[in-house]
Design a binder for this molecule. Structure first.
Ligand SMILES: [Zn+2]
Length: 183
């Protein structure tokens, strides 16, 4: 199903194809892919479709209009999370002009197949958790600090990579210390 969806939207993704391989659950990959083609039901998109929304303010920072681009690249709350991921994975500062840059950059900044495989999953897990945090705030009135979300990204991705890849024996401390070089 995912592949079909992808093919029907090639013109909008500038012929760039997101890889469907990897260790994160399919629901996360679909969500991340929808984000790259601006198909997430953000407040701004809902309003465009005539759905009444109480306001269009981003629930993460309460200061800007909630668009997909803002949620993933402009929002200062999201920036705090990306910076946590950057520190954890020892990456150069993450800059993205488009949502798809977040996934595209994985190929540019990794040097081995293994680190690419791991980082791609971490980026998608982060996109998933950001969207979850946004939904929890809007629908459940629950909010967490950026640091807590980063910790949650570590545990969720640890659980997924252990259960869904050949890295079944990764030690938690190794994962937390530096996930891109698992031996
Ligand atoms: Zn925001």
């Amino acid at each position: 199903m995912a592949k079909k969806l992808m093919l029907s939207n090639t013109s909008e993704s500038n012929n760039w194809h997101m890889s469907w391989k990897g260790w994160v659950p399919l629901k996360c990959k679909i969500m991340a892919w929808r984000a790259t083609i601006n198909r997430l039901p953000t407040k701004t998109e809902l309003l465009k479709r005539g759905v009444p929304v109480p306001n269009v303010v981003c629930a993460l920072c309460n200061s800007d209009e909630e668009t997909t681009l803002h949620l993933y690249t402009g929002c200062f709350y999201a920036t705090e999370i990306w910076s946590g991921i950057q520190d954890w994975c020892r990456l150069a500062p993450i800059f993205a002009l488009e949502v798809s840059d977040l996934i595209k950059m994985v190929d540019l900044i990794t040097t081995t197949k293994q680190s690419r495989y791991i980082l791609r999953g971490i980026i998608i897990t982060t996109m998933w958790e950001l969207w979850n945090e946004r939904n929890n705030r809007i629908f459940k009135g629950k909010s967490r600090r950026a640091l807590e979300v980063v910790e949650n990204i570590k545990t969720t991705s640890y659980f997924w990579i252990r259960n869904r890849s050949r890295f079944k024996d990764i030690d938690w401390n190794v994962w937390c210390n530096f996930p891109l070089n698992l031996m």
